[in-house]
Design a protein around this ligand. Structure first.
Ligand code: EPZ
Length: 418
């Protein structure tokens, strides 16, 4: 399996790139599909490693999945009880396997979920997920690395989330969609992927209102029906290619996007001196004369997305001054710093704050991707660096970016994989 990317930097990127479907919408919609028996079809689902692992997890539960000639995914959910256990082997590859908890509890009142464990960006606890499903009537026990959840008399409830967790909001929505009574999620996550999940579930006959705000109301129904649904474009993939234009001094138009989803990223890029213009179903980014330093604070949507923090750090390493980045969402999302330093970056980390002193240029080096977005940021740094960069563990990048080497090559980058 491809696991290394070799990039020769220095080319300005020019052209158009079609953005794929959103990884973080596709994964939760795949989990939610088990709430209805029959064939659900998802369009615009990216062919990425995380999606492949999620199909394996669904197969493990007894759900048949099939890629169709038109690139849609058919999810054939049988009648009767599904296997309700997600295995450690697959869960450790994909944290989003934890989204099967709400879907299984909503469908059949039982779920045995392998604790996904931490990853390179933080401990990734599930306390808010558990608080939510318990409020709706599930009894939970954590033993031997699994969450055992069973709901004998589920009922609608009001849940306040201490933090607007995306996954916890999604798990509660899925369980509540088929739990008798009305549930209210307060301080809910407002990400576009939450709205996409609500739209998907409502297409199946659910009664969800308020998605996209911090109060979501769900009126449980006894049955949902399968549907065909096209997932939203990936705002983080789009943001990554927008930064690629700015960091290489080029001009790139990202297409098949929803501009509103990119507002925090477009605004920040403009502050760095890039020219950003919304046009028909796309956004054009032209690099500015120079890259200006900016300060960034990551926050839940509609704040600046944590999933774009590493990519912006790479850009600011090439800026004409000092930038301050504060990571407020995850506790350990500066893993990329040591790798960027190998390329000549000057970054100082103090707790949740990174101070980036821009340099005239970066230099190619041998580096290692520690997680998905750090890997994407190393690609961006390599595109701008002088000389050749070898990125080991590039498999992380292929987890969340469809056909990245091909898309970059079409924009004029010199990329090869091994
Ligand atoms: C989703 O992860 C995304 N993943 C992440 O994208 C994204 O970074 C994150 O939301 C924030 O936007 C998917 O959608 C598959 P959270 P999730 O629960 O749901 C704490 C990427 O690169 N927390 O909103 O796991 C947690 O520790 C990935 O595409 C609790 O304390 O994120 C973290 O600090 C990375 N208790 C913060 O909340 C809980 O029960 C945000 O986590 C749950 C979370």
């Amino acid at each position: 399996m491809t696991n290394r990317m070799i990039i020769t930097g220095g080319n300005r990127l020019f052209g158009q790139v079609r953005i794929s479907g959103a990884k973080n919408a596709g994964l939760v919609l795949m989990a939610a599909s088990i709430l209805a028996e029959g064939e659900t079809i998802l369009d615009n689902l990216p062919r990425i490693r995380d999606v492949e692992v999620m199909t394996q997890i669904l197969n493990e539960l007894g759900v048949v999945t099939r890629w169709n000639p038109d690139d849609s995914l058919s999810i054939l959910v049988p009648e009767g009880r599904l296997n309700c256990t997600t295995s450690y082997e697959l869960a450790k590859k994909l944290r989003a396997s934890n989204l099967l908890m709400g879907a299984l509890l909503g469908r059949q009142g039982e779920a045995v979920i392998s604790l996904p464990g931490g990853c390179d960006i933080g401990s990734r606890p599930m306390d808010l997920h558990i608080k939510g499903v318990q409020a709706l009537g599930a009894a939970t026990v954590i033993e031997h690395g699994y969450i055992y959840a069973q709901s004998h008399k589920p009922g609608g409830a009001r849940v306040y989330l201490d933090f607007p967790s995306v996954g916890a909001t999604e798990n509660i929505m899925m369980m509540a969609s088929r739990t008798p009574g009305v549930s209210v999620i307060e301080n809910a996550a407002k990400e576009p992927e939450i709205v996409d999940l609500a739209n998907f579930l409502n297409s199946m006959g659910a009664r969800i209102r308020g998605a996209g705000t911090d109060v979501i109301k769900v009126e449980g129904v006894s049955q949902l029906r399968p549907c065909r649904y096209a997932i939203i474009p990936d705002r983080i993939e789009a943001g990554t290619y927008m930064v690629a234009a700015a960091i290489t001094g080029g001009e790139v138009k990202v297409q098949n996007i929803i501009p509103m989803h990119l507002h925090p990223i477009s605004a920040k890029l403009q502050e760095t001196g890039a020219y950003v213009e919304e046009c028909d179903e796309g956004i054009l980014v032209r690099a500015g004369e120079k890259i200006l330093p900016v300060d960034i604070k990551t926050l839940p949507y509609p704040g600046f997305p944590t999933d774009m923090q590493s990519q912006m750090m790479a850009l600011l390493c090439c800026s004409q001054g000092s930038s301050v980045i504060v990571e407020n969402v995850f506790e350990n999302r500066f893993q990329i710093v040591d790798e960027l330093k190998r390329m000549g970056a000057n970054i100082k980390v103090e707790g949740h704050t990174a101070i980036v002193e821009g340099q005239p240029c970066l230099y190619g080096a041998r580096v290692k991707a520690t997680d998905l977005r750090a890997g994407a940021a190393l690609v961006l740094a390599a595109l701008a660096a002088r000389g050749e960069t070898v990125i080991d563990d590039a498999g992380h990048v292929f987890r969340g970016y469809e056909k990245m080497p091909e898309k970059l090559t079409r924009l004029g980058a010199v990329v090869r994989t091994e």
